[in-house]
Design a protein around this ligand. Structure first.
Ligand code: SDX
Length: 430
C-alpha cells in the first residue's frame, strides 16, 4: 500500500517526490525507482543495511523485539506445535494444511526422496575428505542436468515438482556426502519413515546391523529444521532470488544459495562456533577471547554472536538453548563441558559493555552445533544441516520471485571510484 511521500530536493533545488509503501507490519519503504531518472544519482547502501530488495509475504522479522514469523505464525508456536513437514507446506503454500493436505504433502515428500541412480556416481569422483558443502552444492546443481524435463519456470506444475524434489532429496544428498566422508556405504531412503527419522537412518545405519532411531534425536532435528527454515532476505536467500531473477533454472539458483550459506559470516558460523569453543578450551580462557573479539586490530570475532537484524535477541537461539539442555540431559554426551563453556561464554559476553553497546547477542548458530554434535553429527556437516532446513525457505522465495508479474532481473548499480578515462600505452613505452 502506498501512503504519503518523501520529498527530495537536490542541492540545485530540483524536487522529486518518492512514494512511501507500507506493509502489514514493520518499517515502511521509500520507493526510489525513479531517483536516477529524475535526479541522476543512485542510492548507496553497501551490504544493503537499510535497503528493501523486494516485497514478500513469507517471513517477518523484528530485530528490536526478537520477533520471527513464518506466514504470520510466530516461530515459537510452530516450534511448540508443528512439524518441519507442516512448516514446509506453510512456507510453500502460505497457509497451514488441513489433515488431508498434510497427509498428501507428506506422502509426496516421502515418495520423492530417492536420487536418480546416476547421481550417486558423482560421489565416486569426490575425494573421500571433500567438504560436504562442496558436494551438496555440486550435486544440487547437477539436478538441472537430470531433471531438465521440469524446468519451465513459468509452469506452476513444474514449480511444484521442483519444490517437492528439493525438500525431499536434500537429506538424501547430504547423507550420501557424509557416508563418503566416513567410508561407509550409501544408505537408501525409506518411504515408511518420517522425514527426520529417515534422515537419521541414512546418516547412521549400516547394512551390517539393525539401526534403532532415537526419538529424542528425531525431535531435536525436526525442531532445528523448523528454526532454520526461513529468515527473510538473508544473504543466501537474496542470492537465490538474484540468481533466479535471470530466469536461470531453480536447481542452479538453489545451488548458488548453498554456496552463499557456506560463508563463516552466515551459515558457516555454526561450524565456526564449535571450532572457537574448542580453541577457547575452558572458562579461564574466555576473557582472553572476548578481548580479542573487541580488539579492532584483531580480525577474530565471537562466532555465533551478533546479527544484522536482531539487535535484542535471536528467538531461535533461546529455543535452541532449551533444546540443548534436553538433548544433553537425555542423550547424555561428553559434550556437556562444551555446553557449559558455551553457557559461560554467553554470560560473560552479555555482561560485557562492548557487546551490550553493539547489541551483540547469541544467534541461531551459537547453540545449534552443540546439539548436532550430541546427535553424533560431525562439525563438517553442520552447515549442511542448516542448508537442509533453509532449502524450503529458498524455494518459497524463488517461487514468490518467479511468480511476481512485475519481477525483473536484479542488476544493482555502483559508485565508480576507478581510474578516469586514459589512453592505451604500447608495452614498449610503459
Ligand atoms: C546467520 O541474515 C540472516 O538472517 C542470517 C541468519 C539466517 O538465519 O539466515 O540469521 C543466519 O548468518 C547468523 C549470523 C551467523 N554469523 C556469525 O555468528 C558470525 C559472527 N557475527 C558477525 O560476523 C556479525 O555479527 C554478522 C555478520 C552476523 C553481522 O554483521 P553486521 O550486521 O554487518 O554488523 P557489523 O559487522 O557491522 O558489526 C557491527 C559492529 C562492528 O563493530 P564497529 O565496526 O561498529 O566498531 O559489531 C562488531 C563489528 O566489529 N561485531 C562483532 C561481532 N559481530 C559484530 N564483534 C565481535 N564479535 C562479533 N561476533
Amino acid at each position: 500500500m502506498t501512503t504519503e511521500a518523501f520529498r527530495l530536493t537536490s542541492p540545485d533545488g530540483k524536487e522529486t517526490e518518492l512514494p512511501v509503501h507500507t506493509g502489514t507490519v514493520g518499517p515502511a519503504v521509500i520507493d526510489v525507482g525513479k531517483l536516477y531518472k529524475e535526479q541522476g544519482v543512485f542510492t548507496y547502501d553497501p551490504g544493503f543495511v537499510s535497503t528493501g530488495s523486494c516485497e514478500s509475504d513469507i517471513t517477518y522479522i523484528d530485530g528490536e523485539q526478537g520477533v520471527l514469523m513464518y506466514r504470520g505464525y510466530p516461530v515459537e508456536q510452530l516450534a511448540a506445535h508443528s512439524s518441519f513437514i507442516e512448516v514446509c507446506y506453510l512456507l510453500l503454500n502460505g497457509e497451514l494444511p488441513t489433515a488431508d493436505e498434510l497427509d498428501q504433502f507428506d506422502h509426496t515428500i516421502r515418495t520423492h526422496t530417492m536420487l536418480n541412480e546416476g547421481m550417486l556416481n558423482f560421489f565416486k569422483g569426490f575425494r573421500y575428505d571433500a567438504h560436504p558443502m562442496a558436494m551438496l552444492s555440486a550435486v544440487v546443481g547437477s539436478m538441472s542436468a537430470y531433471y531438465h524435463d521440469t524446468m519451465d519456470v513459468h509452469n506452476a506444475e513444474h514449480r511444484d515438482i521442483f519444490a517437492h524434489r528439493i525438500v525431499a532429496k536434500l537429506p538424501t544428498i547430504a547423507a550420501a556426502a557424509y557416508k563418503l566422508n566416513i567410508g561407509q556405504p550409501f544408505m537408501y531412503p525409506r518411504n515408511d519413515l518420517k522425514y527426520c527419522e529417515n534422515f537419521l537412518q541414512m546418516l547412521f545405519s549400516v547394512p551390517a546391523e539393525p539401526y534403532e532411531i532415537d526419538p529424542v534425536a528425531a525431535e531435536a532435528l525436526d525442531l532445528l529444521f523448523i528454526l532454520h527454515a526461513d529468515h527473510e532476505q538473508n544473504c543466501s536467500t537474496s542470492t537465490v532470488r538474484m540468481a533466479g531473477s535471470s530466469g536461470a533454472n531453480p536447481y542452479s539458483a538453489i545451488a548458488a544459495g548453498i554456496s552463499a550459506l557456506w560463508g563463516p559470516a552466515h551459515g558457516g558460523a555454526n561450524e565456526a562456533v564449535l571450532k572457537m569453543l574448542w580453541e577457547i578450551g575452558d572458562a579461564s580462557q574466555i576473557p582472553k577471547f572476548v578481548a580479542k573479539a573487541k580488539d579492532k586490530d584483531d580480525a577474530f570475532r565471537l562466532m555465533g554472536f551478533g546479527h544484522r537484524v536482531y539487535k535484542s535477541f535471536d528467538p531461535r537461539a533461546t529455543i535452541i538453548r532449551d533444546m540443548c539442555h534436553k538433548v544433553l540431559n537425555q542423550l547424555g554426551h561428553n559434550d556437556a563441558p562444551m555446553f557449559e563453556l558455551a553457557l559461560e561464554l554467553e554470560q560473560v559476553a552479555l555482561r560485557d559493555e562492548y557487546f551490550i553497546e553493539k547489541n551483540l547477542y547469541p544467534n541461531v548458530d551459537f547453540y545449534s552445533g552443540i546439539i548436532y554434535r550430541a546427535l553424533g553429527i560431525p562439525t563438517s556437516m553442520f552447515t549442511v544441516m542448516f542448508a537442509i532446513g533453509r532449502a524450503v525457505g529458498w524455494t518459497a522465495h524463488w517461487r514468490e520471485m518467479i511468480a511476481d508479474p512485475h519481477g525483473k532481473i536484479s542488476r544493482p548499480r555502483q559508485l565508480y571510484t576507478g581510474a578516469p578515462e586514459r589512453n592505451y600505452v604500447p608495452v614498449g613505452e610503459r
